[in-house]
Ligand binder design. Structure first.
Ligand SMILES: Cc1cc2nc3c(=O)[nH]c(=O)nc-3n(C[C@H](O)[C@H](O)[C@H](O)COP(=O)(O)OP(=O)(O)OC[C@H]3O[C@@H](n4cnc5c(N)ncnc54)[C@H](O)[C@@H]3O)c2cc1C
Length: 568
């Protein structure tokens, strides 16, 4: 009798062989494979952190870790407002993958490193590692970033810093919903945005009533709401509310000092475009207990130190997404053939990949240079604990933060879309990871101040502190004479900035140009030669079209693409 053909499975005849599909990009060291990040870490003063970054890079490249990011997104958090007996609990239940990823970030100090080890290069080291984890899953970056950023704001009120800092700096992630003093480690969130306005926080209607006379460090009762309140399972939040003296900043813990749940009532979780592993809630404060940080009426200047650090993370997060996009796009192209040649050898694909690569290199190089400015500037509240800080980069940091937050995050969605397309139809399919990258990509541009708000902040920074513009040009001029296109662009920018007519409506043009000139100056000095040349030709010299993949033909495509393809 005839037997079943050996090549036939139980479902019938074999139909085809699978070939010309790339292997998964996994099982590698995500730090070592990223040449630009490795070079920038060393250059910007964090060579001492190389081993830690390498260890984290190895973990981030493991298939099991990559899988955690997928699972955390496939199983988004669920709100539990009440227990089964009807008592309010205001908890959010997360998938174990979320906890594991957040624990990974916390155990590597991504929420605390520069405050735990205040030495030159600490913000750079932390930023580089934050970027590594962000490529596995960006959602956990939210509580990590807010906890990192709260420290300088909290130090405005030393007794509160004394009480909370060691909790926030702990390397133990403790997911339990118990009072902070009983926990091995704590995380911090922030609540500024209300329904009637987020950018314009002066419109906040949430009120603060002093319980015992009020004043810095004193107890208040907060009543009102927040329209966006991310990572609501954090142990404490910096919150803005209107006190008698004006808009003020408060530290609001999840539990009151007597161990009761604070009256922080979670109303709903947002159904978001991306960032789905992370919970972003709507919340009401029904007489919630909090303590004033700084003076009444000084809420914005107090919380702004926190916001600046999260803006740095938005720039770094945008750069991380771009790197992930280029890595996946070039990996795919290196393993996929069409029309008789691997995609990576097709001239037009080389142009697309190289264009994506130079955008990514510019973003990483500039984000880590900005991180160094956080090492070398010395905000009053934190200088005491940063022995290496000279304060020399304060002016540069003031304008470069909104300039780079604006431009890197503004480029990210277009970049992600083009990187996705390099994978063809596979890129549009969830399993490739590219849809998640794409959905995440507009977020860094929105939160912590949307695009227009960043541009207006650049204008405000330059007007209030003219030395910040000098510091910016001081950095740009380090590359003077190295590239004629850069020199011409820098002088055009100087000219543009002398004209204040209609400056508000011109702000995006001006800030975009500031970002490009700065990135050009950094790449000319520190980037790969071919990358710097292609950047200056296309971004500063105007020799390019509007889409990615329109670099001039004399660019050294092969070299640029090779530099950015994960060498595994
Ligand atoms: C997923 C997610 C999570 C978030 N988590 C938090 C959180 O944890 N805590 C928190 O406090 N907030 C959070 N936010 C809120 C976020 O910071 C705000 O949405 C953002 O700052 C914009 O504020 P808005 O939504 O009120 O928009 P608006 O302030 O109304 O701005 C709308 C648009 O107008 C523009 N605009 C505003 N002012 C001007 C002007 N003067 N000139 C020109 N254009 C202007 C803005 O750039 C924007 O494009 C979160 C947002 C998202 C999407």
């Amino acid at each position: 009798m005839a037997t079943i053909d050996e090549r036939r499975g139980p479902e019938g005849a074999a139909t085809h062989e699978v070939f010309n599909q790339p292997p998964p990009l996994e099982g590698y060291n995500a730090f070592d494979a990223d040449r630009v990040l490795t070079e920038a870490l060393r250059r910007e003063g964090a060579d001492w952190a190389e081993e830690s970054a390498r260890k984290l890079g190895a973990i981030c490249g493991r298939p099991q870790t990559i899988r955690l990011g997928v699972e955390a997104n496939e199983n988004p958090p669920k709100l539990r407002t009440h227990d089964r007996f009807g008592t309010r609990i205001d908890e959010v239940a997360f998938h174990p993958a979320w906890h594991e990823l957040l624990g990974l970030g916390v155990s590597h100090g991504l929420h605390a490193l520069p405050w735990r080890e205040p030495k030159p290069g600490a913000h750079v080291a932390r930023q580089a590692m934050f970027m590594l984890l962000g490529q596995v899953e960006a959602g956990v970056g939210c509580p990590i970033s807010m906890t990192y950023s709260v420290i300088p704001a909290l130090r405005v009120q030393p007794e509160l810093a004394d009480e909370w800092e060691s909790r926030f700096l702990s390397l133990s992630y403790d997911e339990r919903m118990v009072p902070a003093p009983d926990k091995k480690g704590a995380l911090c969130g922030m609540g500024m945005t209300e329904k009637q306005g987020g950018s314009d926080v002066r419109a906040n209607t949430t009120t603060a009533r002093p319980l015992n006379g009020g004043g810095p460090g004193a107890e208040y009762e907060i009543t009102g709401h927040k329209w966006f309140f991310s990572a609501p399972m954090c142990d404490a939040f910096l919150v803005l509310a209107q006190a008698d003296g004006g808009l003020s900043c408060f530290l609001m813990p999840r539990f009151t000092p007597d161990g009761e749940r604070n009256r922080i009532h979670l109303q709903r979780l947002k159904d978001k475009l991306g960032n789905r592993s992370n919970a972003s809630s709507e919340v009401e404060f029904r007489g919630a207990w909090a303590r004033l940080v700084g003076e009444e009426g000084r809420g914005v200047p107090t919380i702004i130190e926190m916001v600046n650090h999260t803006r740095l993370d938005c720039a770094g997060g945008g750069a991380a997404g771009m790197h992930a996009g280029v890595a996946h796009a070039s990996w795919h192209a290196a393993h996929r053939s069409a029309f008789g040649k691997t995609l990576i050898d097709q001239p037009l694909m080389q142009n697309v990949l190289a264009d994506l690569a130079i955008e990514s290199e510019a973003a990483t190089v500039s984000a880590l240079r900005l991180a160094r400015a956080y090492d070398e500037s010395s905000p009053a509240a934190s200088s005491a604990s940063r022995p290496g800080a000279t304060g020399s980069d304060e002016g540069f940091k003031r304008v470069a933060t909104p300039v780079l937050k604006y431009w890197i995050t503004k480029r990210a969605p277009m970049h992600a879309a083009e990187a996705l397309e390099c994978l063809g139809g596979n890129g549009y399919v969830e399993e490739s990871g590219m849809p998640r990258l794409y959905r995440e990509s507009p977020l860094n541009s929105i939160w912590e101040g949307s695009g227009n708000v960043q541009c207006l902040d650049v204008l405000r920074g330059m007007a209030k502190n003219p030395t910040s513009l000098e510091a910016y040009f001081g950095e740009v001029d380090e590359a003077a004479g190295a590239d004629a296109r850069l020199d011409a662009a820098a002088s055009e920018l100087r000219e543009e900035l002398t004209d204040l007519d209609a400056i508000e409506s011109r702000a995006r043009r001006v800030v975009e140009w500031m970002a490009l000139v700065l990135q050009g100056s950094l790449l000319v000095r520190y980037g790969d030669e071919a990358v710097a040349d292609a950047f200056c030709a296309s971004r500063l010299g105007g020799d390019a079209g509007r889409a990615f993949g329109t670099l001039p033909p004399d660019v050294d495509f092969k070299r640029i693409v090779e530099r950015h393809t994960p060498a595994i």
